[in-house]
Design a protein around this ligand. Structure first.
Ligand code: ADP
Ligand code: MG
Length: 347
């Protein structure tokens, strides 16, 4: 029986699934979250509702835990760093600082000799004009993006509206003519050993993940390169825990990194049923230094995200033995909000 208490920042579905994995490993969990209704409180041992800049509450959180991790990357970096002075935060706050900033993230990846989409840093309409060769493209806020929030498609310079005032920093990315999207989920342990899941094929709708499947229909070269890149990225970041590398494959079979998620990832949900050790359990084992157990595939699988009102039909459905329905238990149904998922195991 372990007596480790893991602190988790954030209380959404990723936090819930982390708590459930921790429980199975006899690790206690304490969550701090600024969402009073965060569903992960139904699975954690303790829940602290607080704004992240509430020093007293953060102090209380720190006093209750041995080690801290997070379920989302958009946490103010100063807060992660101040927690890290008292209790170790994994993945390290510096990693988060790089990855939550698209410019730093892409520069880091390109410096490793790994291709991303073509991109430019943008501060003004003038900068867009200078980078017209990247159109049609997508203008993305440099920080704080998720599920397509903060993204604007620019087909031509005419789409840059006169009243846009560019109050934030952006990057402009050339629009890739996508053949496919894939992701690689990898867990790296304190001693540098890694467990890499096979590439997962992802389909997005309106910039939100719609469904994922294994095996990905890709050639062997891309399979190996996608895994090797993910391994190199995790090593260079000196990463501890589970992370995900999202990739684009273009019509000429170029493999381009889209972005890194410094956390467990939606596309990895199928690992819960399709592998002996899932991404959440691997993450908890890595950050709590419980040691590596080899990951093995049990079955092929397909995972479908359930968004908004779709959850209502699923809640009253019956499922086959190879179908696994997860209801995140979110009280408020919102359009496009991730409410649950269904994983179907396949031959
Ligand atoms: P988020 O940070 O919101 O996840 P992403 O940059 O991963 O944003 O974009 C979400 C989705 O939008 C991608 O998975 C892809 O389907 C589409 N997308 C984003 N950038 C591009 C691009 N440059 N070319 C083609 N599709 C893109
Ligand atoms: Mg993404």
């Amino acid at each position: 029986m372990s007596d480790i208490t893991l602190g988790i920042i954030g209380s959404g579905q990723l936090g819930s699934l982390l708590c459930q994995a921790a429980k199975k490993l006899n690790i206690k969990t304490v969550i701090i979250s600024d969402d009073q209704q965060g569903p992960a409180q139904n699975h954690s041992d303790q829940f602290i509702f607080a704004k992240y800049d509430n020093k007293d509450k953060v102090k209380e959180f720190i006093s209750k835990v041995d080690i801290v991790t997070y379920e989302f990357e958009n946490i103010p970096i100063e807060i992660l760093k101040s927690i890290d002075k008292e209790k170790k935060v994994l993945p390290k706050p510096d990693i988060n600082q790089t990855v939550q900033n698209r410019k730093l993230e892409k520069t880091f990846i390109n410096d490793l000799g790994i291709k991303t989409t073509e991109w430019a840093f943008i501060k003004s309409a003038e900068d867009v004009k200078k980078n017209e060769k990247l159109l049609p493209g997508i203008l993305k806020t440099n920080t704080l993006g998720y599920d397509g929030h903060g993204q604007f498609v620019l087909d031509s310079l005419n789409d840059v509206k006169k009243d846009w005032c560019f109050t934030a920093d952006y990057i402009l990315e050339k629009k890739v003519n996508l053949k496919k999207e894939i992701s690689v989920v990898i867990t790296r342990y304190l001693n540098g050993e890694t467990n890499i899941y096979e590439p997962i094929e992802n389909v997005h709708k309106d910039q939100i993940l719609n469904h994922s499947k294994i095996p990905a229909e890709i050639n062997e070269e891309i399979f190996i390169k996608a895994q090797n890149n993910a391994k190199l990225i995790s090593e260079k970041l000196d990463y501890v825990g589970t992370m995900c590398v999202e990739y684009f494959i273009d019509q000429d079979d170029n493999l381009l990194v889209n972005e890194i998620a410094p956390r467990v990832h939606n596309s990895g949900h199928l690992t819960i049923n399709a592998f002996n050790i899932n991404q959440f359990s691997a993450h908890v084992s890595a950050v709590c230094n419980l040691g590596l157990k080899k990951v093995e595939k049990i079955s092929n699988a397909e995972m479908f995200n359930i968004l908004g009102k779709e959850i209502e039909t699923y809640r009253s459905k019956t499922f086959n033995k190879n179908e696994f329905f997860y209801d995140y238990g979110k009280k408020i149904i919102k359009d496009k909000r991730k409410m649950g998922h269904l994983t179907i195991l396949k031959k």
